[in-house]
Design a protein around this ligand. Structure first.
Ligand code: NAD
Length: 331
């Protein structure tokens, strides 16, 4: 039986990845600071451990694995990454996790490891124009990410690639672009824009006004979780190391994103544009390299993915509302 380790298995992408590996018949060990929030983990073995601790990393890696996926990171949407308030923690925590994990892998002779980098590592100066952002993989240097989160990702990409060159590790590096879907963070400050708008729209009554950071003309692309997992697995089992984009090429303005969700919800709401943390002005995935190397690229439309995500967020809003009502009745 093949075995896999998923670091960050309590998180959004990690918990979906565990499910996929289990469907494929793998024996899976998951590790995280927390269990998945929205469903039981399907991992055969789940360790609650802090990967900033090198001893914990050694314990987690006490055996050989056919595949190791390193997704653990101190992570969030614009409200977490772009305010500047969490920069030191983001850099310290995620860099420490990566330094520990890759070294523990080397010591165990666990060679095949996937690392989830982010489109946030691309230079800011190539993403000023919302209509023509550049995120070709070879445009990464000279480096100029617009967040410390992006700088840490760039550092860790280089770390894994250095271990590949110097220690014969079999590394895979993907640059994810805005992954969304059911069982992702939808409230609390770390949520990303698709989940945040699903929540705001689910909470609103027809005719209400919802808030949006910026003028809404900033552009992004969003990739549905199942396609992210498909790309991750395909990259892991290919002979290509990357770094390679895993994202959608369907770029939309944030205004259009909100509109699409309103269409799905069947609600017409007003938008009030307010100042807030924004990130780059435009970003889109560039999929020529993944298409060339893997003969595959994501194809599902944003609307299809949102149609599967909105009902889930709406249900979470209903459950949270019911809990609040019960609490105030009990008090
Ligand atoms: P997530 O926050 O849901 O998952 C990350 C998990 O790492 C969390 O469950 C968290 O508890 C865990 N973690 C953090 N610190 C830890 C520690 N010290 N020890 C053990 N576990 C720890 O995020 P996600 O959306 O699932 O993202 C997974 C990976 O993909 C991250 O590396 C992220 O940077 C990268 N990524 C995600 C996106 C996206 O849109 N979701 C985009 C680009 C890159």
């Amino acid at each position: 039986m093949k075995s896999a380790l998923v670091c960050g298995a309590g998180g959004f992408i990690g918990s979906h990845l565990v499910k996929r590996l289990k469907r494929e018949g793998f024996w899976v060990r998951g590790v995280d600071l927390k269990f998945p929030e929205f469903s039981e983990t399907q991992a055969d073995d789940f360790l609650l451990a802090d990967l900033r601790d090198p001893v914990s990393c050694r314990d987690v890696l006490d055996r050989r694995f056919d595949e190791i996926y390193q997704l653990a990171a101190d992570m969030g949407g614009a409200g977490f990454v772009f305010t500047g308030e969490n920069d030191a923690e983001i850099m310290h925590n995620s860099a420490t996790i990566n330094l520990n994990i890759v070294e523990a892998c080397r010591k165990r002779n666990n060679k095949r490891i996937f690392y989830s980098s982010s489109a946030c590592m691309y230079p800011e100066h190539n993403q000023f124009d919302p209509n023509t952002p550049v995120t070709r993989e070879d445009s990464a240097y000279p480096a100029n990410p617009d967040s410390e989160y992006g700088w840490e990702k760039l550092f860790s990409e280089r770390l894994y690639l250095a271990y590949m060159r110097n220690h014969g590790m079999d590394v895979r590096v993907a640059r994810y672009h805005n992954i969304f879907g059911p069982e992702g963070t939808w409230t609390g400050g770390r949520e990303k824009s698709p989940a945040a708008f699903c929540r705001k729209i689910a909470e609103a009554k027809p005719g209400d006004t919802i808030e949006m950071w910026g003028d809404g003309n900033q552009t992004r692309s969003f990739l549905y979780i199942d396609e992210c997992i498909e790309g991750t697995i395909r990259l892991m089992r290919s002979s290509f190391s990357g770094p390679v984009n895993i994202g959608s090429e369907e770029m939309v303005t944030i205004n259009r994103l909100a509109e699409m969700i309103m269409e799905i919800a069947g609600k017409k709401l007003n938008i009030r544009h307010i100042p807030g943390p924004l990130g780059v002005r435009g970003r889109n995935s560039h999929n020529a390299l993944i298409q060339e190397k893997l003969g595959w690229s994501p194809q599902e439309s944003l609307k299809e993915g949102l149609s599967k995500t909105y009902p889930w967020v709406e249900q979470q809003v209903r459950i949270a509302g019911a809990k609040k009502t019960k609490k105030s009745k009990d008090a």
